[in-house]
Design a protein around this ligand. Structure first.
Ligand code: NAP
Length: 618
């Protein structure tokens, strides 16, 4: 046996040492700065009389229709496969292939997997193995390390197990670097590292009906057997490129934001960035601080809300730990306000329990129908967007640039972004917004980007073009009872799951944070926590019944899929723009995320756990 795999003398279980070393010490940075200028950290008031009237509705519609069909993405294959290489770790630690058996095999080593491991330990499951594509833990926070990266959910509610870890984040919106280090300390503390096979990509997961086991094959030559498989490999993990004519001819340096190449020094360079989503909004101000010239190629502007970053105060460090379960309580309070903009602003007095309610509940003479509620929400939403647009005018000096930076779609229709330095960056003389609306960048040549006949020669081209949403490659490689992959099943029948966590015909397979998953509103940590608890319950139930496997009935998932579609259609007016949330306008209702909110998901989950009707035990 090689050094990377050893046997625990007490339990006889295999222990792994496959965590790869860091490839460079230069990979470190900060997220949002603390800004003292109050004009940059406060939204202007909405213009008087702002109403989402017919003219404004038409304007939104035209903005959307102009972009219809423009989204064109491709996978990183062929010559672009190099953009997927792991630039953060030394090469994989050599190890023997494994052909043994474990009870639970988890794909992924991000937040979901770390939380799941903690819950499984608590429930007494120890024969657990993790397979991770990267060289270390962290998932999203492992791959995304671009300058300026930070989390937009307040870190006191986002970071899991803060009490257990005895930790309080240093700022309200933690940087990705702080979060990655936190993941590493969780992994060390809870004995995760010795259970994880790093630099190991699962390539096939096949149900063996006779043996009642999954056979899990990897790119390291493994063919392991597992009783249960859990997918904890994320929903925005596969980076994608915009498909642009001539991109293969470009001779300068290029990379995607989720493989930030710190070996390329941007200082003094002409840098171009394609895309202006949540990633670009965080990274653009940081590039502008070092580059000689920066060209931002924009198809659609993001909504740029205020961030108002702040440090954790001495009082908070001292007093919060005095409240038993402070972190869990805070996350639950955060979940209570997880609607619209308020969650993302996160009122500190309410969240810390100092005040009982953060705003008066509106009372209506009669209860509004769901449709009326959406109409009322659209009006409020319009006023927020007017403030967002007024902020652009207040900050941006050049009127043409200001006009191009104003988004016309409902708040939250595309992922809302937050920054107090992004807009002012465009007032700097070396930063240029290249407005490529509505079609986007269409041509690249060997020197750089070409738009409307103008060539922009670049030393470095950065793709901030995002990820496949809910498109994790693993759905293509999981074969259930009837030999079909999960993707094949969903393509022929539409997305079919129960609670987003089971799919009929795929026994003993549990999905965390997948399509139609729910339970935690905006905060993915809460979703992961709920899913981890649910999985522990499911495994305990199988064990207690002396069963071999757990599956769900086709009827249960058909009913659930119908419910997901209904919820999606109900809230669709709030997502009426071209966004990855709706598959760039092409997704069938209910096929991607679950828009039913936390409470509805929990109601269905609890009913199922009580009646046991949706489950089939073998
Ligand atoms: P994204 O939101 O998918 O953005 C991709 C960008 O590329 C869009 O602006 C898109 O324009 C643009 N684009 C695509 N093709 C183009 C072309 N040919 N020409 C010009 N522009 C083109 O990806 P992302 O910014 O990486 O964000 C992905 C998600 O990751 C976020 O929404 C968020 O959920 C997560 N994230 C979170 C954080 C955080 O917590 N703070 C930070 C970063 C990312 P269109 O809008 O016109 O399609």
């Amino acid at each position: 046996m090689c050094a990377a795999i050893s046997i625990d003398p007490v339990t006889g279980r295999k222990l792994f040492a496959t965590r790869a070393a860091k490839s460079s010490e230069r990979i470190a940075g900060k997220g949002y700065s603390i800004i003292s200028d109050k004009t940059l950290t406060t939204l202007p008031p909405p213009p008087p009389g702002a109403v989402f009237n017919a003219d404004e509705q038409r304007r939104y519609r035209e903005f959307k229709e102009a972009r219809a069909g423009a989204a064109d993405y491709m996978a990183m294959e062929g010559q672009f496969a190099r953009y997927l290489e792991d630039v953060y770790s030394e090469p994989p630690v050599p190890r023997d292939s494994l052909t043994d058996e474990c009870e639970i095999l988890v794909i992924g080593a991000g937040f979901g997997a770390l939380l799941l491991w903690y819950r499984l330990m608590q429930a007494g499951f120890t024969d657990v193995r993790f397979c991770e594509k990267g060289g270390d833990v962290g998932g999203t926070w492992y791959w995304n390390r671009y300058p300026g990266i930070a989390c937009d959910v307040e870190s006191y509610s986002y970071l899991p197990l803060l009490e257990e870890m005895g930790h309080i984040p240093s700022v309200k919106f933690a940087s990705g670097f702080e979060i990655l280090e936190y993941c590493q300390s969780m992994a060390e503390r809870f004995g995760f590292y010795e259970r994880c096979l790093f630099h190991t990509t699962v390539q096939a997961t096949t149900w063996d009906e006779a043996g009642g086991r999954w056979i899990v094959e990897t790119d390291r030559g493994d063919a392991m057997r597992a009783r249960f498989v859990v997918l904890a490999n994320g929903i925005l993990t596969t980076p994608r490129l915009a498909r642009i004519k001539g991109m293969e001819t470009y001779k300068g340096e290029a990379f995607h934001t989720s493989r930030w190449n710190y070996h390329i020094d941007l200082a003094g360079k002409r840098v171009g960035i394609i895309g202006t989503g949540a990633t670009a909004v965080q990274v653009v101000p940081e590039i502008a601080k070092v580059a000689k010239e920066l060209f931002v190629f924009q198809r659609t502007p993001s909504s740029i809300d205020v961030r108002d970053q702040r440090a954790t105060t001495a009082e908070e460090y001292a007093t919060w730990p005095n409240e038993p379960n402070w972190a869990v309580n805070r996350r639950e309070r955060h979940a209570l306000i997880s609607a619209g903009r308020s969650a993302l602003q996160a009122n500190d007095d309410f969240l810390s329990g100092k005040i009982a309610s953060f705003k008066e509940k509106k009372t209506h003479e009669r209860q509004l129908s769901p449709k009326e509620l959406v109409a009322a929400q659209l009006n409020t939403n319009f006023r927020i967007m007017e403030q967002i647009r007024a902020r652009v005018d207040a900050i941006i000096k050049d009127p043409k640039t200001a006009a191009a930076l104003k988004p016309y779609y409902p708040y939250g229709c595309k992922r809302p972004t937050f920054h107090d330095e992004y807009l002012p960056t465009f007032n700097q003389p070396h930063v240029h917004l290249v407005n490529c609306a509505p079609g986007g960048v269409k041509e690249i040549n060997e020197r750089g980007v070409v738009h409307e006949g103008v060539e922009y020669p670049l030393d470095v081209l950065i793709y901030a073009t995002g990820f496949e949403w809910m498109g994790t490659g693993s759905f293509n490689m999981i074969r259930g009872r009837d030999g079909r992959t999960l993707r094949e099943k969903w393509e022929s029948e539409g997305t079919r799951t129960f609670l987003g966590m089971h799919s009929a015909g795929f026994p003993n397979l549990l999905i965390m944070n997948g399509p139609q998953g729910g339970g935690g509103q905006f905060n993915f940590t809460r979703v992961s926590e709920m899913h981890a608890k649910y999985i522990a319950w499911a495994l305990e139930t199988v064990k207690a019944r002396g069963a071999r496997s757990i599956d769900v009935t086709p009827q249960a998932e058909a009913t659930y899929a119908e419910h997901c579609a209904e919820m999606d259609l109900l809230s669709a007016p709030l997502r009426d723009c071209i966004s990855y949330y709706n598959g760039d306008g092409k997704a069938k209702p209910g096929s991607l995320a679950y828009y039913g909110g936390g409470a509805r998901w929990h109601k269905r989950r609890m009913e199922a756990q009580e009646t046991m009707a949706p489950y089939v035990f073998d």
